[in-house]
Design a protein around this ligand. Structure first.
Ligand code: ADP
Ligand code: ADP
Length: 225
């Protein structure tokens, strides 16, 4: 299958062990929330899966292939960065098309793909605006389109809703769940919110002190702390 498997994954920063020998299989197409106290290793885990951080030991296997040492763009994963990471001088459409430009695709192909993703997140009508001309929720949707345009098999989200007000949070949450259904891709979503995990997750993975302490359906995880 196209499962994502972490096998003995470890990350050390000098004498600090940020992630210690974690093993987990993320089922293809599932929405997984990654929870745990600040500093327990959630972001480091996400960055290692995305390839934005090297691993000290172990391997990351996607669809049967060891991707541990591939560059981020060649892994089949994509990370959604916070909306403030949009390029301020590029239009919404060019922000979304940017990574395709890096892949050397021609302009017509880039624009078609960017438009398709902007349509998916209901932002096509604002494609010619600059990021500063958008609300927080709209910027978040652009960041989502930008992560999705490379057609990843696994989408990685690091507290994507934390900057949003409660109303927008619930709306974008619904959109994430809809995208999971429509695109059939896997999600790994770092969050502090139990309510968020209960609303979104097929599976919750709880980290503590650099290890995975617990995993299972949200209701099980939260009823047996
Ligand atoms: P979380 O996302 O759960 O808050 P992190 O993965 O950011 O945790 O951090 C895990 C541990 O690794 C922490 O002790 C943190 O201080 C340390 N750490 C994270 N990134 C770095 C880095 N670039 N250099 C040194 N230590 C780091
Ligand atoms: P959202 O539902 O994403 O929160 P808002 O309700 O904040 O959006 O925005 C409503 C409308 O106002 C949108 O069409 C948006 O494009 C426009 N808008 C919001 N902020 C700005 C801005 N800073 N400059 C120009 N237009 C804006």
């Amino acid at each position: 299958g196209q499962d994502l498997e972490l096998s003995h994954v470890t990350k050390r920063y000098g004498h600090t062990v940020a992630v210690s020998d974690i093993n987990h299989v993320f089922t293809n197409g599932s929405y997984v929330c990654l929870l745990g106290p600040s500093g327990c290793g959630k972001s480091t885990t996400l960055r290692m899966i995305a390839g934005h951080e090297t691993i000290s030991e172990g391997s990351i296997i996607l669809d049967g292939t060891d991707v541990s040492h591939l560059p981020p763009a060649k892994r089949g994963t994509a990370m959604m960065f916070q909306s403030y990471a949009l390029f301020p001088h590029l239009s919404v459409r060019d922000n979304v098309a940017f990574s395709l430009r890096m892949q050397g695709q021609d302009k017509a192909t880039r624009h078609r793909a960017a438009n398709e993703m902007l349509d998916l997140v209901d932002m096509i009508h604002l494609a010619d605006r600059l990021p500063a001309q958008l609300s927080g929720g709209q910027q978040q949707r652009v960041a989502l389109a930008r992560a999705l345009v490379t057609k990843p098999r696994v989408l990685l989200l690091d507290e994507p809703l934390s900057a949003l007000d409660p109303f927008l949070r619930i709306r974008v949450r619904g959109e994430l769940k809809r995208l999971q259904r429509e695109l059939g891709i896997s999600f790994i979503h770092v969050t502090h919110g139990q309510d968020e995990a209960l609303a979104l997750a097929d599976e919750c993975v709880v980290m503590n002190n650099a290890v995975i302490e617990q995993s299972g359906p949200a209701r099980e995880v939260f009823s047996h702390p």
